[in-house]
Design a protein around this ligand. Sequence first.
Ligand code: TAP
Length: 470
Amino acid sequence: MREYLKFYIDGQWVDPVEPKTSDVINPATEEPAGRISMGTAADVNKAVAAARKAFPSWSQTSKAERLEVLKSIQAEYARRQPELGEAIMEEMGAPSSLANGFHVGLGAGHLQTAIEVLEKFEFEQARGAHVLRYEPIGVCGLITPWNWPMNQTCVKVFPALATGCTMILKPPQLASLSAHILAEILDAAGVPAGVFNLVQGSGSVIGTVLSKHEDVDMISFTGSEPVGVQIQKDAADTVKRVGLELGGKSPWIVLDDDQLATNVASATAGMMGNSGQTCSAGSRLLVPNSRMAEAIEAATAAANGVSVGDPRGNFAMGPVVSKGQYNVIQEYIQKGLDEGAQLIAGGLGRPEGLDKGWYVKPTVFVGTNDMVIAREEIFGPVLVIIGYDDADQAVEIANDSPFGLGGYVTGSDVELARSIARRMRTGAIWINNGFDFHAPFGGYKRSGNGREWGDYGFHEYLEIKSMIGF
Ligand code: TAP
């Protein structure tokens, strides 16, 4: 079992001010995979003081100096990738191929993107009678969720480093092992003391102290909507910037063409990836009413074809992250049944033969957009198929949601897909499964207010200074 009991503060691995620990449970075995310390306000205060002390020098480093540090992190990250993959598999149950592939790869991708953006980024721009200058905002509190631990952490840490900010990372309790390894990577790569600090513990303690702290200039938060709302309230008295990346109920529109069955199948399998624990998952699948029978057949086969089992084995889907998450998902499946949605795959309980571990059946309902299972984020492998009559109605249903994080359109009529994409009220649209590390990522409506990834991810951490008559 991993014992990660020290915090990383001011370039040192230090004991918590008050010793208190918590186990990190492997959701596949229900046994402890590691143990972390639970920090207090005193630990946060030490970390914030270290970050504040480091800010004057780090914020004045040149692009070349910061690029050198980022490249040194890149070498160290590459060396430790297998350990990161193992930790992610143990802490949140991602199948080995996914943990070592996409999970770890997304972190590496954000690092490479930060390097590419920094190389080209103009921190001063002449604009008419003034020069616009971008300056690091200061000391940042970074609060992250467990569902894509390296992705969510790296998409904050590397832009913050690249722009000259100093920071305190508060990782999720459930997935805190990979964050510890990341801190080891930054330490070994020679990030100057105090620039990056790690304090583990509960969100209600560490996160609240960071959000309210007089000496923290910005909070970047990824997580659930209620916690995002609370953070904004906590941060209000100190007028700090709060970047929020929250939940979603993203629509996936399948167009009416000869690829419909293939596209429904890939959207269904995609929904089950990472056990459905993806903020931008296409959890509402919109298909033409005239082709509903075909869509049901394709989705049922695809969901039943998703193999579920031990993350160390050769399975497409592992468990969900915790007993709590398992129970929430079961309640939503029950709710779907109660409100009359048609269950076409999966359902209540664990998949056959899996009696230990928090495994959920890949589940598909056919329902309507007013059902609870179509309106609330379930954050599990549960898909709702909803019928539409024409493109206008598809857009109307897609936009009829409190959220606005992602959207998807698949089909051979690319012009129609583009016109639908333009009308969807979401921060990102993926047409025919495109992918780009430089595309900004963030939500409309209750999905948040921030934009991460690529150059927009830099702007989260930058102040704007106008120098007039310069
Ligand atoms: P949350 O329960 O919101 O937790 C996220 C982080 O906030 C954790 O580190 C948590 O600490 C901490 N936290 C809890 N209470 C806090 C408080 N009062 N003040 C400050 N921090 C606090 O979310 P989760 O369950 O980890 O993640 C799932 C949610 O994240 C989903 O809604 C999902 O959609 C969303 N998400 C969004 C995105 C984007 S980019 N929009 C990406 C991934 C996930 P603990 O460790 O103590 O829980």
